[in-house]
Design a protein around this ligand. Structure first.
Ligand SMILES: Nc1nc2c(ncn2[C@@H]2O[C@H](COP(=O)(O)OP(=O)(O)OP(=O)(O)O)[C@@H](O)[C@H]2O)c(=O)[nH]1
Ligand SMILES: [Mg+2]
Length: 412
């Protein structure tokens, strides 16, 4: 499920959970999948959340649907990229009062790149300011999808939600994998649990995985035994196997955090697949800042915390750094300012650290007289003036799409 921020993805997921009976009314709360404290406080989704739904269609046929609710904010678009790699299709939500916005377009393109079938949904039609027909026109003219296929819905009142579930089973293709081929499962998320070690979230592409099976994490070539498998329904629930198309978690007593790489493929040690998943594109951090512990003796704890947090958020980067004023710390790269804020908050809350962050800045390219390039992300590393040939700083080549009426103010 993809959209621009606040177009109602997590609220629509609530309705799905209710309609399919995954949660009882007394267990419901608004945006129930946004389980992290930070998500609830800010009212935004930060992490992608997978959930399994058992759906009985109007025809009486029974389906298992694996849904991933993704964040809409651009700083977390890596969550969307990874989620789409695990899916057969995408629901693209458009807020009927806002119309198509930047991330609607960007995420729709991501889905197209992944060859996914897209079902457009025009949400929030209950709002007095809703203009569903305008949204339909924009879906057609701006994104280039068939606007007449868009479903009108309100995640708040529940109108149109049964039609969306029917459209999912009618219009999205079933998983294409081969059940008796060698196991091939994509790691698209993970986190660190102090009791169970690394917990991996997988999507099975081919074959089947069961507890007791000897498995291999292909990037590092490490072998483990699959100990526990489960699905999110939405509570973590143990299962006996995960087969083609299924999404769930895997515990394999992985203590070495570096072994579990996002985008890696899991296969069976005895019968490995010869076509691993190609992995995800390396991300380019956009904003750099230093992170230092307030108490210098917490440096070791900070290093461990960063390692563990990176399991759950592969989109930030860090390297050790020392500062004359702040002592030992790390230089970190983030996808944006909100991302930076969230990483700092998570480190402080989940790992009980007190941190100082330096002012964010960007990377400069410094060219010496002989043409050698040095990347400078820290003002204190800048060579003295006169010792280099030239400096380049990042700039943005942007394309702004807007109705003709707005071009005057935009030029200003
Ligand atoms: N009136 C109305 N409000 C809605 C509807 N769907 C969602 N909302 C409201 O819109 C706001 C954002 O909803 P979310 O479900 O958190 O949006 P989201 O797309 O998950 O946002 P991110 O995950 O942060 O990108 C909340 O205040 C919802 O109550 C709807 O159909 N009608
Ligand atoms: Mg959300």
């Amino acid at each position: 499920m993809i959209a621009h921020i606040d177009h109602g993805k997590s609220t629509l997921a609530d309705r799905f959970l209710e309609l399919t009976g995954a949660l009882q009314a007394r267990e419901m709360e608004a945006q129930v999948l946004d389980a992290m404290d930070l998500e609830r406080e800010r009212g935004i989704t930060i992490k992608a959340h997978p959930v399994r739904l058992n759906y009985t269609a109007k025809s009486g046929d029974k389906f298992v649907l694996n849904l991933i609710d993704t964040p809409g904010h651009v700083d977390f678009s890596y969550e969307v990229t990874r989620s789409l790699a695990a899916c057969e299709g995408a629901l693209l939500l458009v807020d009927a009062s806002q119309g198509v916005e930047a991330q609607t377009l960007a995420n729709a393109y991501l889905a197209v790149e992944n060859n996914l079938e897209i079902i457009p949904v025009i949400n929030k039609i209950d709002l007095p300011s809703a203009q569903p027909e305008e949204a339909r026109r924009q879906i057609q003219d701006i994104i280039g999808l068939d606007g007449s296929g868009a479903i009108l819905a309100s995640a708040k009142t529940g109108v149109g939600v049964p039609e969306i579930l029917e459209a999912i089973v009618a219009r999205l293709p079933p998983p294409a994998g081969t059940p008796d081929a060698p196991l091939k499962a994509l790691i698209f998320d993970s986190w660190f649990d102090s009791y169970r070690g690394v917990v991996i979230v997988i999507r099975v592409i081919d074959g089947v995985i069961r507890p007791g099976m000897k498995i291999r994490l292909m990037a590092m070539g490490q072998d483990y035994e699959a100990l526990q498998l489960g699905v999110f329904s939405p509570k973590a629930t143990e299962v006996d196997e995960l087969g083609v198309g299924e999404v769930g978690f895997l515990v394999a007593n992985i203590k070495n955090v570096g072994d579990a790489k996002i985008g890696d493929t899991i296969t069976e040690s005895a019968r490995p697949t010869n076509e691993p998943f190609p992995g995800f594109k390396e991300l380019k951090p956009m904003v750099f800042a230093g992170l230092y512990p307030v108490e210098s003796h917490q440096y070791g704890e900070l290093r461990e915390a960063l390692e563990k947090l990176r399991l759950n958020d592969a989109s930030f980067f860090y390297e050790p750094e020392t500062s004359a004023a702040l002592g030992f710390g790390f230089r970190c790269g983030f996808l944006g300012l909100l991302h930076m804020e969230i990483v700092q908050e998570r480190l402080e809350r989940e790992f009980d650290l007190d941190l100082v962050t330096t002012v964010p800045n960007v990377e400069y390219h410094v060219y010496q007289e002989d043409g050698t390039l040095t990347l400078i992300a820290n003002p204190s590393k800048m060579p003295p003036p006169g010792t280099y040939n030239r400096v380049e700083e990042p700039y943005v080549k942007a394309r702004i799409m807007a109705p003709a009426d707005y071009s005057g103010p935009i030029m200003t």
